[in-house]
Design a protein around this ligand. Structure first.
Ligand SMILES: [Zn+2]
Length: 468
């Protein structure tokens, strides 16, 4: 299996630290708002990476944090006149719901920064003891230049960084020994949440949180560290410096980064109204369609999101599901049980398509080519499976296609495809049925919706529904 490693800028053969085990850390979102489609891309991609490893028999220890304390959360809490912890709780919950709608499996552990203060403070203390960090008036800084290979992930050298930072030096961060030094701990401002430490009542910097959580849950050395490409510098560069300064061993063997997502060929920006949350998209397209869309491009290619592209993703997924349904219909018929001699060739072709799929996935998780291979399977089954086929062949086609989809987290059951407008339509039919005192029909519609995880509630103001 080959993975493109940002550290070496090469595709490298994946060799796990321990046989059949993968230790993987993926930087999670800062929970001050609903997740947007740009947050969803790495979540879907690295969930797919995890699923593929599991398909190949690896045991994956997958850790992904929630950053539940930072300036944005504090600002939001002020705006809403509430506590930071309540903002965090709310958006962790909604993030988990959105992840579920995208069929992203929960991580092995989802640590929260605010629950890990002991480990974070301990790590900063050890960095100070080793001379890699220093406190100044309540703030603790990392001594960047002391870490000899700083810049190795982002392929920047210290001189370049320094000239870029000159403005910082004059703009008055005077307490730093060096403009490249970054914050590990900062004192609270009036009214901000804080934790006690020997340096000050304050809170950790963002970078040290990930280093500390990664160390606690996965150890000093991990196989894969992943995130969006915007995290390469400074976040991941700083994580490497902090973790390796302490452990004196390589922190992560493989660094995976996904490329940007644009909306209508423009950079996503809230201010430009060029911005969508996963929830907004879910009003029109199911999470399954969005996931399918996100996987239709290689993760290292920039991806453009537009209405047209979502529509074509929807149609393609429809073709895929129809192909599987055709096999299910055949399965229910009275076919001869055993594989026939004339089917051997088709079966061979099916096997070679599975291989093609695996080759694509093992070439740095090329999900675009993997999906193309699934469509070739559909094309094959559409043209070869019919009433004269054996049950063995039909079953094998179906199992294979469903499995290849499920490794990508693509749901092949139509039930989850239901859209808001279709739900509204069914509810209208049910209301009509009740008016006509046709309670059996009304009840059937309710049950039908329940099967699709849609719950109805009759209120004084009419029917309210929600997805489970
Ligand atoms: Zn991180």
């Amino acid at each position: 299996m080959k993975i493109y490693n940002t550290l070496t800028k090469k595709k490298e053969e994946f060799i796990p630290l321990e046989p059949n085990q993968v230790k993987m850390y993926v930087c999670g979102p800062t929970v001050y708002d609903y997740i947007h489609i740009g947050n969803a891309r790495p979540m879907v991609i690295f969930d797919t990476v995890r699923r593929y490893f599991e398909y190949k028999g690896y045991q994956v220890n997958y850790v992904s944090n929630f950053t539940d304390i930072d300036d944005k959360l504090i600002q939001k809490a002020k705006q809403e006149q509430t506590e930071v912890s309540l903002i965090a709780q709310h958006f962790i919950l909604t993030c988990k719901q959105d992840m579920e709608s995208l069929n992203i499996r929960p991580a092995t552990v989802h640590p929260l920064a605010t629950n890990e203060m002991d480990s974070i403070i301990e790590m900063i203390t050890m960095l100070i003891q080793k001379g890699y960090a220093y406190p100044k008036e309540g703030t603790v800084y990392f001594r960047t230049k002391k870490f000899s290979h700083y810049g190795s992930l982002s392929h920047k050298n210290l001189e370049d960084l320094q000239s870029g930072n000159r403005t910082l030096l004059v703009s008055g961060v005077a307490q730093k020994e060096d403009p490249l030094d970054f914050v590990l701990w900062k004192p609270k401002k009036e009214g901000e949440p804080f934790w006690s430490s020997t340096w000050s009542e304050g809170r950790p910097g963002w970078h040290i949180e990930c280093s500390a959580m990664c160390k606690k849950y996965l150890g000093d050395q991990i196989d894969i560290h992943a995130g969006g490409e915007d995290l390469i510098f400074p976040h991941h560069e700083n994580e490497i410096a902090q973790s390796e300064a302490l452990s004196e061993t390589q922190f992560a063997r493989y660094w995976m980064h996904n490329a940007f997502l644009n909306i209508n060929h423009k950079k996503m920006a809230k201010s430009e109204k060029n911005f969508f949350t996963v929830r907004e998209i879910a009003e029109k397209y199911s999470g399954n369609i969005l996931r399918f869309f996100l996987l239709n491009a290689h993760y290292r290619s920039p991806l453009n999101f537009s209405e047209d592209l979502m529509l074509s993703a929807k149609n393609a997924l429809e073709r895929l599901i129809t192909g599987i349904e055709k096999l299910s219909t055949l399965e229910a018929q009275n076919l001869s049980p055993d594989l026939q001699e004339k089917e051997r060739n088709d079966q061979k072709q099916l096997h070679s398509l599975i291989q093609k799929y695996e080759q694509a996935m093992e070439d740095d998780f090329n999900t675009a080519d993997a999906i193309a291979a699934i469509f070739e399977c559909i094309k094959l089954s559409n043209s070869t499976a019919n009433q004269n086929s054996s049950l063995a062949y039909v079953k094998e086609c179906k199992t294979c296609i469903v499995q290849l989809c499920s490794v990508l987290g693509i749901d092949t059951e139509r039930a989850n495809e239901i859209l808001d407008e279709e739900i509204e339509e069914l509810i209208a039919q049910r209301t009509q049925a009740r008016k006509e005192k046709n309670f059996t029909l009304a009840d059937d519609i309710r049950k039908q919706l329940e099967k699709m995880d849609i719950i109805l509630e009759d209120t004084r103001n009419g029917v309210v529904w929600k997805r489970l």
